[in-house]
Each structure stands twice: as structure tokens, then as C-alpha cells.
Design a protein. Structure first.
Length: 652
């Protein structure tokens, strides 16, 4: 790819003034600048669009990342473009293709169509490529105009790793022409090898059991890289759909980027999977990486965020070395498509690249139709008007879906057979969001965009393993939602305004009462202020008082499981399962598989009765429509609340 440069090193004829990268300016006759571009974890985000919220957004979209590509290519004498996997699943466009339109042989997957329009040089498979089964995967990737490689997914294992039959080719050797600093062109052989976390076997067991067998990432690299060298690869790039984790290699590790970089012969490690950014503050202080130098285990490496948020750049200054090339120096950058201001405002840094939008315009429109129409039915209304005072259908459905999912995921593991509880909190529950800020989906049709209403955040599912004592204290922490109530007094204010509703976890699978006459055990931040209090009464499992020693699984989300809200038993150390799937995806899958859902709350918790005592509770005025459905609490209208809220009185 020859470029016409003027004497200052700027591109002639380009609409914008584009500064050449210093490596391109500086390269001598025996040197060449090679720029490696990475996208990763696109998750079908082609359009800058949030299909759940049904609105345009500036933080996602390959169409946005793509508009960086032209400039980025123009800044470098030589460049290649790779994708690091997780392209087929992760938003409603992906679900639309998988659940509705289908992916028969010969059909084209829109994300592949979009990638084809950009001239990718190669890609690898991410773990999410396996979510819809192998046939879907193979039919999708067969439309790719670029090689897709993965070295550690065997369809038939051989005696040694290199004798495996693999699902897709383990590696490819790209033959490219590069231009050196003197303007001479040379052939270069760039070896590209791909890896996926072997955990695909746990995450997609139902699709993969008996069909594929994953290998350890580092072992696969050690086996194949010498072979690539023998076949003439001069530079080797690892497309590692794997995160930056521990320095030490352990067999079967999920986040293997650092030990992988240590495999002799690998020159560059492109990473992903964790949905973080490298280089950048996400990895400040992480052992084994250098955020300043942009190295992972001593080799240049990058992680380009997710959903198209960044373009990852690894710039290599190559030097002629006999017949081949070696990396003399490197620079690494993750270039964003938007900027977040201190006030959390979002400023786009690029516009969409039209050809990418056009390539999937039809599927975009079909996805819009899909999210707006029914995909299932609910035989009870889904609303959150009473989520803070009684067991509630909007929380119940989340809880049910999480439990359904975790049951499948823990089958066949050492945790199988432990009772599975599920914790969920109301997200849209009035408060500062105002009197309309509630979930309110009537009985009947459920559309995908309703799911966003049920689950606001792109959390991922987690399972923690805790004791009965921790279950109780988890609920004590939740019960900080309420003010202390004086028995025998009327019209006391129920809710503690400073306590966010997303920290009011209801735990399903146990039954309990909340005794408001006692003070809260924890303050707002989660510090113990009343160690001897006992708000949670009659906590029972299967009709018997809970055994404080007994072990339970709680299905929850990554925020809670890693210490969000400082819940007892949820400090990160109790996690036994980390799902790659978002809670939202799990709810969609649950609804699609069930057809009709029955979200009626099971009234597994209520307030402890208190003679002659009433409390006041403000909620959205539309709550009046559902007053007769509320179970486990005596509630009646009590006029208007402030700022458009409606007031209700609860007799305890
Ligand atoms: Mn991903
Ligand atoms: Mg319940």
C-alpha cells in the first residue's frame, strides 16, 4: 500500500491533515513501520444504537470504530487489521439473527457483513461465538472474507496438540508486502494464531459436550508457534480472546495473556474478553504489565475495550534481520470513539462510517422491529410500584431467570446439589427518578425492549457460595432500606431516602420477615453500626429455621458479588461461578425459552406485624391500578405525596 507523502510527512490529498506516526517518519532503509489494529468484543454492535433502550448512543458501534480506521491506516506506511472475537452475540441484533431470522447455510450474518466491508486481515473466535451452537457458528463464519483462526478448540484430539483436528484452522500465515523507510517493498510473513478460554466447555456445555474439546491456551501456543516459525512466519501475532490475569501459568486458565506473551516466538499479544482497556488505568499496578510501555509480559499488547469503544493500536518498528524481520521497538495505544466528561456527559469523537451502516441497514431495521414486538407473554403484569414494600413481580422475574440459569451452569460441578437462592433488587423504583420511574409492563405481550426496563444495567451473572449466617446478614444489609419504626405510632415515614433501591436485595428461595421495630444493622455505606440488632426474623429454608452453618449458592450479579454495596458474604472471595452472560441476556433467553412467563411474586417476605402501627410510603400514581395484586401487606391510598408521587399507608 504505497502512500504519497509530502516532505513534512503529511499525507497529500487527504481531506484532513493526518500526521504520520513517528515510526513511519523515522524508518530507515532497513526498517519498516507496521501498525497492527485491533477490534475486540464487538458483540454485534455495528450501529451506534442501544436496542434495549431503543435509542442512538455514542459509546458503541463498529461503524464508529471504523471511521477511525481510515485515518489510522493513513498514519502508517503499513497496517493490518484484526478482530479478537466475541462478535456474534451480545445485543438484540445477535439475538434476532439467532432466535428469529436464523442462520441457515449460505445466509450472511450482519456482523460478518460489516466486518467484510472493512477489510479485516484475520479474526479469532471468542467464547460468545459458541452461545448459539456450532452449526450457527460455522454457518456464520463461513461468510467471512478473512481467515478465522483458533488453536485450542479441537473437534478431535490427537496424541499431541498439533495432531488435533481443530474447529477452524489453528493459525494462518499472511503474506503481505511492506514498504520500508527507503520506499522499497518487501514480502513479510505475519503469523496469526488465535485462542479462546477453555471455559467455553462450562459456559456452553449443552452445545459443545461430545463435539469439541478445548486445550489450554499456553500449551496450544507452545505447540503451534514453532510450527508457524518452520513455515516461515517472521512476526507472530497472538489473537488472544483472553484477559490480562495472573503472571503464573495454571493449567486451563481463563485469562492467560501474560504467560501467553512469554511463549517464545510470539511478538504481539492482542487481548480482550475482560471488556477493559489496555493500556490505561484499568491495569495500573497490575503485576506483569507495563501501562506506560504498553507491554504485557514484556511484549507489546493491547485491549481495545468492548462494543467498539476503542481501536487498539500496536505500532511496531521492524528491522531487517537477515532474511526476516524483528521488532526493534513498539508503541501501544487504545484510541477511543468517545470522551466522558467529568459531569459524565458523552462527547463522540468520530462520526459513523456510512459504508458500515449501509452494509447492515436492513438487519438494523429488522432488529428495531424485533425489539419492539412481542417475543413472549407474561400472564401477570410486571411492575415495580410496590417493590420496596412487598415481594414484587419485577424482582421475581429477574430472580427466577438467574436461578434457572445458575442451575444449568452449576450442573456437573462440585457445587451441584447445593440449594440455589437468588438475589435481585428493584432498579426502577421511583426515588430521584421521579413518579414515572417504575417498571410497568402490562399482562400479555413482552417485547425485548421491556427487558431493559426489568434490568437496567449491563451486569453479568455471578454465583457466590455462602453460609446461612451470611444469608441472614445479607438480608440485614438490605433491610437498611427502611427507617426504624416505633410500635404503636401512626404515619411514620417508611423509606430511608439515602438508601439506593438497587441495594435492596430480595433473596428468593428462603422466606423471612423484616422487623421494622429494630434499628438497621448497617449504615448506608455498609459499616456495622448495630451489631446486635435482628431485623430479619423467621428466616426459613424449606419451612425450617435456616442453619447458620449450612451452605447455599446465591445467584446475583458481578456488582454485588465483587463487593458492590458491601454485602456480607459478597466481597469477591465467595464467587464460585463467573458467567460470561449478562443478566439481561439471561432474562431474554429465559423468556424466549419459556414462551409464557409467570412472574407473580411468591410473597416470600413481608414486614413483621406491629399492633396499631402505620407507615407512609410514596410511589408512582399508577400504582393504584395494581393495589389489589399486592400480597403480604395491608395497603391503602392516602392522598398525594410530594412532586407528583402518590401516598399510601401501610398497616403493619
Ligand atoms: Mn466479550
Ligand atoms: Mg419472591
Amino acid at each position: 500500500m504505497a502512500l504519497i507523502l509530502n516532505r513534512r510527512g503529511f499525507l497529500a490529498g487527504s481531506s484532513a491533515m493526518i500526521a504520520l506516526h513517528p515510526f513511519s517518519v523515522r524508518a530507515q532503509g532497513n526498517q519498516a513501520h507496521l501498525r497492527i489494529m485491533e477490534t475486540t468484543d464487538i458483540h454485534v454492535h455495528v450501529y451506534p444504537y442501544d436496542y434495549y433502550a431503543d435509542k442512538q448512543i455514542d459509546t458503541v458501534g463498529l461503524a464508529r470504530t471504523a471511521s477511525l480506521i481510515e485515518d489510522i491506516r493513513a498514519e502508517a506506511t503499513n497496517s493490518v487489521l484484526f478482530d479478537n472475537g466475541d462478535f456474534l452475540q451480545g445485543n438484540p441484533m445477535g439475538d434476532y439473527i439467532a432466535y428469529e431470522r436464523g442462520m441457515p447455510e449460505g445466509a450472511m450474518h450482519p456482523v460478518i457483513e460489516a466486518m467484510n466491508s472493512l477489510g479485516f486481515d484475520a479474526s479469532t473466535l471468542g467464547n460468545h461465538e459458541f452461545n448459539y451452537g456450532l452449526e450457527f457458528l460455522m454457518n456464520s463464519v463461513s461468510g467471512a472474507a478473512f481467515p478465522i483462526v483458533s488453536a485450542n478448540v479441537a473437534t478431535k484430539t490427537g496424541e499431541t496438540i498439533t495432531e488435533d483436528e481443530t474447529l477452524v484452522p489453528p493459525y494462518t500465515i499472511l503474506e503481505r508486502e511492506i514498504t520500508d523507510g527507503a520506499g522499497e517493498t518487501h514480502q513479510i510473513k505475519i503469523g496469526v494464531i488465535g485462542f479462546v478460554p477453555p471455559q467455553i466447555m462450562n459456559w456452553d456445555r449443552k452445545h459443545l459436550e461430545g463435539k469439541v474439546e478445548p486445550r489450554d491456551i499456553v500449551r496450544a501456543a507452545e505447540a503451534y508457534v514453532p510450527k508457524m516459525k518452520e513455515e516461515g512466519a517472521q512476526i507472530i501475532v497472538a489473537l488472544a480472546h483472553s484477559g490480562i490475569g495472573p503472571v503464573e501459568h495454571t493449567e486451563g486458565m481463563e485469562n492467560a495473556a501474560i504467560p501467553l506473551a512469554g511463549v517464545e516466538g510470539i511478538d504481539v499479544v492482542l487481548t480482550g474478553h475482560s471488556h477493559l482497556v489496555f493500556p490505561g488505568p484499568d491495569y495500573e499496578g497490575h503485576e506483569g504489565v507495563d501501562v506506560e510501555a504498553g507491554t504485557i509480559g514484556g511484549k507489546p499488547g493491547v485491549m481495545a475495550g468492548f462494543w467498539g469503544s476503542h481501536m487498539g493500536l500496536v505500532d511496531l518498528m521492524l528491522e531487517r534481520d537477515g532474511e526476516g524481520w524483528r521488532v526493534a521497538s513498539s508503541e501501544v495505544e487504545a484510541r477511543p470513539i468517545y470522551e466522558r466528561g467529568e459531569d459524565r456527559s458523552i462527547t463522540p469523537l468520530v462520526e459513523s462510517f456510512e459504508p458500515v451502516l449501509e452494509s447492515v441497514a436492513e438487519e438494523h431495521q429488522e432488529t428495531l422491529d424485533y425489539v419492539r414486538r412481542a417475543v413472549g407473554k407474561t400472564d401477570a403484569p410486571l411492575h415495580s410500584y410496590f417493590a420496596l414494600v412487598a415481594d414484587d413481580p419485577s424482582v421475581q422475574i429477574v430472580s427466577n431467570a438467574q436461578r434457572w440459569y445458575i442451575e444449568q451452569m452449576l450442573a456437573g460441578t462440585e457445587h451441584e446439589g447445593l440449594p440455589i437462592l437468588s438475589a435481585a433488587a428493584p432498579f426502577k423504583a421511583g426515588g430521584r427518578g421521579g413518579p414515572e420511574y417504575y417498571t410497568d409492563v402490562p399482562e400479555g405481550d413482552v417485547a425485548i425492549k421491556n427487558v431493559a426496563d426489568l434490568y437496567l444495567y449491563p451486569n453479568t451473572v455471578r454465583a457466590v457460595r455462602v453460609t446461612g449466617a451470611e444469608v441472614k446478614n445479607w438480608l440485614e444489609r438490605s433491610a437498611g432500606m427502611f427507617n426504624q419504626v416505633e410500635p404503636g405510632q401512626e404515619d411514620q415515614v417508611l423509606l430511608n431516602d439515602a438508601f439506593p433501591s438497587y441495594n435492596f436485595d430480595v433473596i428468593d428461595g428462603v422466606t423471612y420477615e423484616i422487623d421494622l421495630s429494630e434499628p438497621a444493622m448497617f449504615d448506608r455505606e455498609g459499616a456495622v453500626v448495630n451489631p446486635d440488632t435482628n431485623r430479619i426474623k423467621n428466616l426459613q429454608f424449606e419451612g425450617q429455621p435456616i442453619d447458620p452453618e449450612q451452605e447455599f449458592i446465591i445467584a446475583t450479579n458481578n456488582y454485588r458479588a465483587t463487593g458492590g454495596g458491601s454485602f456480607p458474604g459478597a466481597d469477591g472471595s465467595t464467587i464460585v461461578f463467573e458467567a460470561p452472560d449478562t443478566n439481561r441476556d439471561v432474562i431474554v433467553r429465559y423468556i424466549v425459552e419459556q414462551g409464557t412467563i409467570s412472574p407473580s411474586a411468591d410473597a416470600n417476605w413481608h414486614f413483621t406485624p406491629m399492633d396499631g402501627t402505620t407507615v407512609l410510603f410514596d410511589t408512582g400514581p399508577a400504582a393504584a391500578n395494581y393495589l389489589n395484586d399486592v400480597r403480604g401487606v395491608q395497603i391503602a391510598p392516602a392522598g398525594d405525596g410530594p412532586e407528583g408521587f402518590a401516598r399510601f399507608v401501610i398497616r403493619l
